[in-house]
Design a protein around this ligand. Sequence first.
Ligand SMILES: *[C@@H]1O[C@H](CO)[C@@H](O)[C@H](O)[C@H]1NC(C)=O
Ligand SMILES: *[C@@H]1O[C@H](CO)[C@@H](O)[C@H](O)[C@H]1NC(C)=O
Ligand SMILES: *[C@@H]1O[C@H](CO)[C@@H](O)[C@H](O)[C@H]1NC(C)=O
Ligand SMILES: *[C@@H]1O[C@H](CO)[C@@H](O)[C@H](O)[C@H]1NC(C)=O
Ligand SMILES: *[C@@H]1O[C@H](CO)[C@@H](O)[C@H](O)[C@H]1NC(C)=O
Length: 390
Amino acid sequence: MAYRVLSSRAAPSSSSKFSSRFMFIFTLSLSFTYVCYSVLFCSAPVMPSSRLEERRCARGESAGAKKLLQKSAACTEANSSRSELKATAAPLRLAVNRSEQASTRSSRARGADVTRSKPSNASTISTSAQRYGNKKLPNALIVGVKKGGTRAVLEFIRIHPDVRALGTEPHFFDRNYDKGMDWYRGLMPRTLDSQITMEKTPSYFVTHEAPRRIATMSQDTKLIVVVRNPVTRAISDYTQTLSKKPDIPSFEDLAFKNRSQGLVDTSWNAIRIGMYILHLENWLQYFRLSQIHFVSGERLITDPAGELGRVQDFLGLKRIITDKHFYFNRTKGFPCLKKPESSSTPRCLGKSKGRTHVQIDQEVIEQLRDFYRPFNVKFYEMVGHDFRWD
Ligand SMILES: *[C@@H]1O[C@H](CO)[C@@H](O)[C@H](O)[C@H]1NC(C)=O
Ligand SMILES: *[C@@H]1O[C@H](CO)[C@@H](O)[C@H](O)[C@H]1NC(C)=O
Ligand SMILES: *[C@@H]1O[C@H](CO)[C@@H](O)[C@H](O)[C@H]1NC(C)=O
Ligand SMILES: *[C@@H]1O[C@H](CO)[C@@H](O)[C@H](O)[C@H]1NC(C)=O
Ligand SMILES: *[C@@H]1O[C@H](CO)[C@@H](O)[C@H](O)[C@H]1NC(C)=O
């Protein structure tokens, strides 16, 4: 082509026969380029690697997906052809749950990033994997705590191309355990072997059976706990409850058995959740401390990139999420994720985070601080980090 162009320039006075020949070749090359691009863009997402096919078939699928797979016979024959797999593609996508669709959508929004930043083999098939990878039981869980900032950590960490997360809280290890592991796996987003599957359910941390059950799933599960000053956590918790049930008694009435005696009601959930050391001891019966990473809910606000850096290290991920992913919204007083190109709204630290807490008497706050202090100190000693809540 280049030669043709040059030669046609070199001999502009050549006959019209020559220029029409040039036009012909030019058109042909344009068409060729167009066809090439079409083939590239259309085929990339529908050509998973053969490795993926095998993995998918080898593993158990959710009931719905399995039925569909069997119907289309893609999984009953280990060596199914690619065309068969292509045929499965549409029904498979229909089987995806709404919650999962949401997470798939948001990660598809990051599709470009995923492809760009993955150095491995996987980069070429990452687009397809978002639609067709394997459903796996989670390798990492955000287990708590309520009102600590778990949603923010999940939303922040899932920017990472090697993380795929369930957007909703499945409550598997507390409320839905009787539905079984296959049900649980079925909820998960599809992932590549190189990707980490995650979910978050803050009530796990205070559920007595949760550590044993999670250890039964896998003793290598990585656990993340977002902790925050238990006094502010309790007030935030109460504020949330109050917004749903305006008729509940005052914070003071619920927090104390006898306020003049300073007798705190530890049976009230808003109080009990903040006694972190007691819950942690239960977890340590089943997991090593090194398997649990504690995120400071306070630092998550002041230094989200720093906290996320440590989370990435803990998960064995390359540090991809950095300062440049965040901006601080001064009006809101919280960090937000920079707007992904294809998403309409920026994601900030929780929708209700701007909510003003109910006014609590300073004296009550002092009483609760005194109450929590010994628990906090033990907790700092256990985890080897002073969260400075006093
Ligand atoms: C599928 O192919 C592999 C090698 O490509 C072979 O070892 C295996 O036996 C085949 N399985 C079936 C069910 O044909
Ligand atoms: C690419 O894939 C092959 C086989 O799946 C694997 O052995 C190899 O280590 C991979 N290379 C990279 C860079 O991940
Ligand atoms: C879809 O989600 C609903 C509610 O979260 C659940 O009851 C149902 O079992 C899920 N279906 C599949 C196929 O995972
Ligand atoms: C709280 O304790 C004080 C002092 O022991 C006692 O006089 C009071 O009746 C108690 N109040 C309640 C509500 O139990
Ligand atoms: C900051 O937060 C305020 C209050 O929630 C919101 O109205 C505003 O649009 C946000 N600004 C940016 C740049 O996100």
